[in-house]
Design a protein around this ligand. Structure first.
Ligand code: GRG
Length: 304
């Protein structure tokens, strides 16, 4: 096997190792199901464990490593990111939002547990994320000051000027045609903000400099936009079995997407351009080769 084959295998092993570590840590931090309120704990576990690509958690671990830390140091932060992400998927699928019945190849949380329990499971996951960020385990791994920085950065990136704000603009745009500037604005908040937080929290876990943190935020913005454009493309060209969620939901909800604005080829070109921008930031961080480079490319070429 040539060098390329070897690099690829090492990359996949590394990716699987990170995902496995995240899964174990999530299982540790998620509540047990034996209490009287166990049904909500069950819903939280159902939507957080056993599925998902773990993009945000992996970014935390790998940015932590790239900044000189042990990737496992970033595990509490990685879990917090995955919990917030899972909460956003639960709420996004609710009938009052996108009303989707399938997520990660399984019935959506509200289909499995009812609307009220799904709403509460999402709420509880947001709380648990900040509990984990400021937990004893987190402080032991990264120190109290870095844990506090992470709480502040993540709460902003999730809030009204972050992911939640993006969802507001997204919902307001349904059934209307919006211009590219508005589309980019809403995706920057709805999708990029959390991906930025993931890269930045990895830096914080390693106690990296402000300069590195800034570059991580730039990287997250570029990767997040590429990721969302690919998401728009897969909603048209993807396969339900692979994606584990319905296709065609954007057009059903009369959403403007990169594909409706630019056509499939235009959207693909935009995704490639954003990926290139992300690669340039990795170059600036001195990471011209290695895991994050391959990860960035893999996300451009993904089919799920
Ligand atoms: C509950 C904190 C909170 C917020 C509510 C509903 C909402 C506001 C925001 C929705 C944000 C959202 C669903 C953005 C979409 C981002 C996106 C591209 C998700 C798909 O991510 P993948 O492909 O999913 O990483 P997996 O399943 O692989 O983890």
């Amino acid at each position: 096997m040539g060098m390329r084959g070897k690099t690829m295998r090492a990359f996949k092993d590394e990716l699987n190792w990170c995902a496995g570590e995240i899964e174990k840590a999530l299982d540790y931090f998620l509540p047990g199901v034996q209490s009287r309120q166990g049904v909500v704990a069950q819903a939280m576990r159902y939507s957080t464990l056993g599925g998902g690509k773990r993009v945000r958690g992996v970014l935390v671990m790998k940015f932590c490593q790239a900044c000189g830390g042990d990737p496992r140091q970033g595990l509490p932060f990685a879990c917090a990111l995955e919990m917030i992400h899972a909460s956003s998927l639960i709420h996004d699928d609710l009938p009052c939002m996108d009303d989707d019945c399938l997520r990660r190849g399984k019935p959506s949380c509200h289909v499995a547990f009812g609307e009220a329990n799904a709403l509460l499971a999402g709420d509880a996951l947001i709380n648990l994320a900040f509990d984990v960020l400021s937990s004893e385990e987190s402080v032991k791994a990264v120190g109290a000051e870095n844990a506090l920085k992470a709480v502040n950065l993540l709460s902003r990136k999730v809030g009204v000027d972050g992911m939640i704000g993006g969802q507001v603009v997204d919902l307001e745009s349904e059934g209307k045609s919006i211009d590219e500037e508005t589309l980019e604005y809403l995706h920057r908040l709805k999708t990029c903000a959390l991906i930025q937080a993931a890269a930045a929290l990895g830096c914080i876990a390693a106690g990296a400099s402000k300069e590195k943190l800034q570059l991580a935020l730039h990287y997250g913005d570029a990767l997040g936009l590429a990721f969302q454009i690919v998401d728009d493309i897969l909603d048209v060209t993807g396969d339900v079995a692979q994606l584990g969620k319905p296709i065609g939901s954007d057009s059903e909800q009369e959403k403007t997407t990169y594909v409706t604005l630019k056509g499939l080829n235009g959207a693909k070109a935009d995704a490639a351009q954003c990926t290139q921008r992300a690669r340039e930031v990795l170059d600036a961080l001195g990471l011209e080769e290695g895991f994050l480079y391959e990860f960035t490319d893999m996300l451009l070429n993904r089919t799920k």
